[in-house]
Ligand binder design. Structure first.
Ligand SMILES: Cc1ncc(COP(=O)(O)O)c(C=O)c1O
Length: 399
């Protein structure tokens, strides 16, 4: 067996299952889960129609590079969303959701024969970053998010000696779970570091279309272009339809950026067998070409967060995030930073599931930046999320 498999950590939801295994939730309440970040708004009809209208595609093997029409739809969207004119042949590639692409990109980029191959990740983080790094034969270094700066990652605190052995940096903006969006100054710092040390930046942007500020989140490629880096050197952005278009089951997204990285990535993907089904390609074209459903979806999240956030901020330290669909809240002091205990007691007394923040982060430099926090995914309908929030308020006030 591949010995690197033993280095993988249990997934946060596996740990949550174990944590809650012996608990009998209060039967007076129906169960509500704010645990998993799976979009629950309805899938747009136009995507379902495109999917069912293209079943003839079952008869063909798809090309890993995707159909020209799909690549065109992807670059057209990049132009409308970010004002970037990308080459559909060399600068974009369809992927079967950003999860597999994050993983596969690390396998393409990392050279494990170089000493102490290192991947820098935000902390807290999406656990695929860590698994991708470990299975590529690299080690991880975690840079903490700073609650005092709206959860911005402390990139400046990463020692120069760590950057010197870094081959890949994962960035998540808007962040999961914090919702923090990176600004141009942060990007400038990361580009300078990448130039100095030669590492690749993978920018995970799957929450980019769900935002609460007036300005849409700055994209990595957009930041690069604004700083005169029109070749996107050593930079790949990953985007996804899962959250934008409420199709987590479609498994569709794309990567865009440095043509010198896209080419070997295509080679890797050809051997890995990561071509996108022709049916999914057809549905994806319809999804990228339509923006109205995205506007409507965002409006639903805005209404929901406007209702739920003030309820919770009255009893705990939590605020409307820049973007994403999570609330990242600090638990009351009486829990002594024990986010797992908070989650367990809440389930037992009020039948609401929330994810302990420490499960989404690693202890690094003597500190787990998720400790004492919980993540609440506001993916269910507004009424259900508000009901969960009301129970959490009661829970906190009664304890
Ligand atoms: C930060 C982050 N990146 C990537 C993904 C993967 O999304 P998908 O594979 O559906 O595009 C998720 C899913 O929850 C996520 O939270």
């Amino acid at each position: 067996m591949n010995p690197l498999l033993n280095r993988l950590q249990p997934y946060p939801f596996e740990r949550l299952r174990q944590l809650h295994a012996g608990i009998t939730p209060n039967p007076a309440y129906r169960p509500i889960s704010l645990g998993i970040g799976e979009p629950k708004h309805a899938t747009p009809e136009l995507i379902k129609t495109a999917l069912s209208a293209s079943l003839a595609g079952l008869a063909n093997y798809p090309a890993t590079a995707g159909e020209p029409r799909l690549r065109q739809a992807m670059v057209d969207w990049m132009l409308r969303r970010y004002g970037l004119a990308l080459d559909p042949v060399t600068q974009v590639l369809p992927v079967n959701g950003s999860r597999e692409a994050l993983f596969a990109l690390a396998q393409t980029v990392i050279d494990p024969t170089r000493a102490e191959a290192t991947v820098v990740c935000p902390n807290p983080f999406y656990q695929i970053y860590e698994g991708a790094a470990l299975l590529a034969g690299a080690q991880t270094w975690f840079a903490p998010s700073d609650p005092a700066r709206n959860f911005a990652i402390d990139w400046a605190g990463v020692p120069e000696a760590v950057w010197a052995k870094t081959q890949l940096l994962f960035v998540c903006s808007p962040g999961n779970p914090t919702g923090a969006v990176m600004g141009l100054e942060e990007w400038k710092l990361l580009f300078e570091l990448s130039d100095r040390h030669g590492f690749v930046i993978a920018s995970d942007e799957c929450y980019s279309e769900i935002y609460f500020r007036d300005e849409p989140p700055l994209g990595a490629l957009q930041a690069a272009a604004q700083l005169g880096r029109s070749d996107f050197k050593n930079l790949i952005a990953l985007t996804s339809l899962s959250k934008r278009s409420n199709v987590p089951g479609l498994r569709s997204g794309f990567v865009a950026g440095d043509a010198a990285l896209i080419k070997p990535f295509l080679l890797y993907r050809t051997y890995h067998g990561s071509a996108m089904s022709p049916i999914v390609q057809a549905a994806s074209i319809a999804a990228w070409n339509d923006e109205q459903h995205v506007v409507d979806n965002r409006a639903m999240y805005r209404e929901k967060f406007a209702q739920v956030t003030p309820m919770l901020s009255a009893v705990m330290d939590v605020a409307l995030p820049d973007a994403g669909f999570y609330l990242w809240a600090q638990i009351p002091a009486r829990f002594n930073n024990d986010d797992a205990a908070f989650s367990s007691e809440l389930l037992a007394l009020y039948n609401v599931v929330v994810l302990p923040g420490s499960y989404l982060a690693r202890e690094a430099q003597g500190h787990n930046p998720g400790a004492g926090r919980i993540r609440m995914a506001l993916v269910a309908e507004t009424a259900e999320c508000a009901e969960a929030a009301a129970r959490i308020v009661q829970f906190i006030q009664s304890t």
